[in-house]
Design a protein around this ligand. Structure first.
Ligand code: TC6
Length: 695
């Protein structure tokens, strides 16, 4: 085997040249890889002793795409286009040998090979849309020529990974190889191609499938319409669709030009910058500076959950979904039965929607053991308390847990706001106590805030993060403070919205601006969904707040058909004159002169306090890094992915401008607009949140 460069080897097996890439972790198309490929194809093409070429990768995967960390930097080395051209125009047949994942630029390279062989576990896809991009190396022009424009539309706009068998059926792969025998199979396939004198098949020349859709714009119109809600606010899906349209309507080279134009537009825009940032943020969030990856973990084979309410039931589903048995405890048989019925109902609904079979529903239900005896959970490895938010109740439960749980069990609480140090203080093992803050509905929402208390041990933290990954969540480690990270920032936005309301801006105007910004719903629509009566006690209500008055009128949200908004029978909201009347009364009583804030002011006054609160959280070390806050906001609160999160949004705005706008509002709107020390400091030194790390 001859080394072409540090990441590329070339060897001959009989009459086949084998080019092997080895650039861990994922063989991304870095400058070195491109240089290596360009040189290797040149050398193999000129080698008179071989008549075919196999391209294969070492390590866990085929090429997983362009090197995302190179985006936005000055170009170096051979271009991807050069590499692709040398493959496609090779005088000898080139066979791509795929294992792991052929993604993005990786699949685009494979599409330039004349043939493709894959192991059954391999996956192919064009996930660029998740990075706010489109496959900019011919993928949008070649893919529809193989799989057809309709399937290509679906693949490029969803970014989904297709299994090898599916790829074989679609013609994306020509042959499946036995698992673990890819190299031999690809070489044998190459020999067969030569023996049978098969042509140097170029995908670019195959026009039948794209031409079949020419003159049928209605197919694209229908696709756009069917996906309008899913694509709302994102630029990349529309650009991907336009590229497939170009593949259908233009000759190949013209289509490539259009693809390049749209790719460049996306690459230089703010959305892709946010989505690329998110890609790395989602990986960084698992890394905890003082809890290294080799921290010992506690095996978690059984879980106990206290409370069979909406939260407890939803949490239980996460574990049984991955085959971990759960014991769920309630105080009364009725509450237990009710909770189990809700869980069963959720599963049966999924079965009805075809997500799994009734047999699987029964298998999952069989993994949940309901009980009214707390002692039944004494031997579980992890217990999660999910009862209502009262400190006395939580303390009572943790005192009991301390008495009965086996040594070393992890004691988790799902509190969303209470002081976990105080809860832990009633036990003799505060090092085993941790917050596991799931978001409702717990079986659906991706986010888990893992809350580290003063004495939580490192193995307990490492295990909690690992278990979160196992159950498919994205976890962020946060510290104890009121509301932790997510709800604390949400409270800041809520205070800002209340100020807007009390100065004459109506809830539906605030919500409209937040929705247009990209949130799935605004402050008041969310309050209607959650129920205005959360924490409201009828007997104690004295009509002192707008919420009291609304609840007193039984305007308790969607569930009573009215809240901040009025709802029709399909739960469509309309602004409510009753709510407006009550708000105006309160404004008058407070002596305020009503003024409708313009949209840009509404947005700034909602977002700036969130950013400021985020800065305080970082300074207090309640979050490890700004990008963790952004992950929390995307995964738990619907912050639009194409804006990155509140902290990235601030970075993009420029922290000096953030500070200037806050100072503009501070004299009138108070403390939430006084720039936090860290924010002021970063702004003054021209720095960004994303570069800040705790000293
Ligand atoms: C494209 O191709 C555009 C082409 C047009 C050109 C004109 N670049 O996810 P993991 C790193 S766009 C750089 O934990 P897994 C990752 O940061 C690209 N780095 O592993 C992590 O680093 P860390 C289209 C990358 O086994 C490490 O590798 N392709 C890239 O759970 C391991 O990653 C994609 O969007 C990259 N492309 O999943 C695919 N990929 O250890 C993106 C990964 O320092 N990648 N890294 O934290 C993936 O979806 C997954 O990484 C995976 C492996 C499925 C390949």
């Amino acid at each position: 085997m001859a080394a072409i460069n540090a990441v590329t080897d070339l060897s001959n097996v009989g009459k086949v040249s084998v080019i092997t890439l080895n650039s861990p972790p994922v063989n991304a198309l870095s400058a070195d890889v491109r240089d290596g490929l360009a040189a290797a194809f040149k050398q193999a093409g000129a080698d008179a002793s071989t008549n075919a070429i196999v391209l294969i990768c070492a390590g866990r995967t085929f090429i997983a795409g362009a090197d995302i960390s190179e985006f936005g930097k000055a170009p170096r080395g051979a271009s991807l286009f050069e590499v692709q051209t040398s493959i496609e125009n090779s005088p000898k047949p080139v066979i791509g040998a795929i294992h792991g994942t052929a993604l993005g630029g990786g699949l685009e390279v494979a599409l330039c090979c004349h043939y493709r062989v894959a192991v059954p576990s391999a996956k192919c896809g064009l996930p660029e849309v998740h990075l706010g991009l489109l496959p900019g190396a011919g993928g949008t022009q070649r893919l529809p020529r193989i799989v057809g424009p309709e399937k290509a539309l679906e693949m490029v706009t969803s970014g989904s990974h297709m299994g090898a068998k599916q790829c074989l059926a679609m013609g994306l792969v020509d042959e499946l190889a036995e698992e673990g025998k890819l190299r031999e199979a690809a070489i044998a396939f190459a020999e067969k191609v030569v023996a049978e004198k098969r042509p140097l098949r170029k995908v670019r020349d195959s026009n039948e499938k794209v031409e079949a859709l020419r003159g049928k714009p209605e197919v694209f119109a229908a696709f756009r319409k069917a996906n309008a809600r899913k694509f709302r606010g994102f630029m990349a899906p529309e650009s991907n669709i336009k590229c497939i349209e170009a593949a259908v309507n233009l000759p190949f080279d013209e289509g490539l030009k259009e693809e390049r134009r749209l790719f460049t537009e996306l690459m230089s825009g703010p959305q892709s910058a946010a989505q690329r940032y998110t890609f790395f943020a989602e990986r960084e969030v698992w890394k905890i500076p003082d809890v290294p990856a080799d921290t010992p973990q506690i095996p978690v084979n059984t879980v106990g959950i206290i409370g069979a309410g909406t939260m407890g039931g939803g949490i239980a589903m996460n574990f049984v979904n991955v085959g971990i048995p759960v014991i769920i405890v309630e105080t009364t048989q009725e509450a237990l039965d009710r909770g189990m019925k809700v869980v069963r109902g959720n599963y049966e609904r999924s079965a009805k929607n075809g997500r799994f079979t009734m047999e699987q529903v029964e298998q999952r239900m069989a993994l949940i053991k309901p009980t009214t005896k707390l002692e039944d959970i004494a031997q579980v490895d992890l217990v999660i308390e999910a009862v209502f938010e009262r400190m006395e109740v939580k303390k009572e439960i943790f005192t009991k847990l301390d008495a009965i749980m086996k040594p070393g069990a992890i004691l988790g609480t799902n509190t969303s706001a209470l002081n976990i140090d105080e809860i832990a203080s009633v036990t003799k093992r505060p090092h085993d106590v941790i917050g596991l803050h799931f978001f409702s509905p717990a079986n659906v929402m991706r986010l888990l805030e893992v809350v580290r208390a003063d004495h939580t041990s490192k193995p307990v933290i490492a295990t909690s993060m690992a278990i979160a990954k196992k159950i498919g969540k994205i976890a962020a480690l946060v510290g104890v403070c009121p509301g932790f990270v997510g709800n604390r920032i949400l409270a800041a936005r809520r205070r800002a919205a209340e100020q807007l309301l009390m100065s004459g801006t109506m809830p539906w105007d605030i919500d409209r601006v937040l929705y247009d910004f990209g949130f799935p719903m605004g402050v008041y629509a969310m309050s209607d969904l959650a129920g205005l009566d959360l924490g409201w006690v009828k007997a104690e209500s004295k009509g002192l707040t707008i919420r009291d008055r609304l609840c007193e009128l039984d305007r308790r949200g969607q569930k009573t058909g009215k809240g901040w908004y009025d709802y029709d029978e399909n739960r469509n909201p309309t602004p409510s004159p009753v709510t407006e009347g009550i708000i105006k009364e309160f404004i008058t009583k407070a002596g305020n002169t009503p003024r409708q804030a313009p949209d840009d002011e509404i947005l700034e006054r909602c977002l700036l306090p969130m950013i400021n609160e985020g800065a305080k959280i970082l300074a207090e070390r309640k979050a490890i890094r700004a990008s963790d806050i952004d992950i929390i906001y995307q995964a738990g609160y619907g912050f639009p992915a194409y804006r990155g999160g509140p902290m990235f949004y601030a970075d993009q705005m420029g922290l000096d401008k953030v500070v200037a706008r806050m100072k503009h509002y501070a004299p009138q709107w108070g403390a939430d607009f006084e720039p936090a020390a860290l924010l002021a400091e970063l702004a003054a030194s021209g720095k960004r949140f994303q570069d800040w790390r705790a000293a």
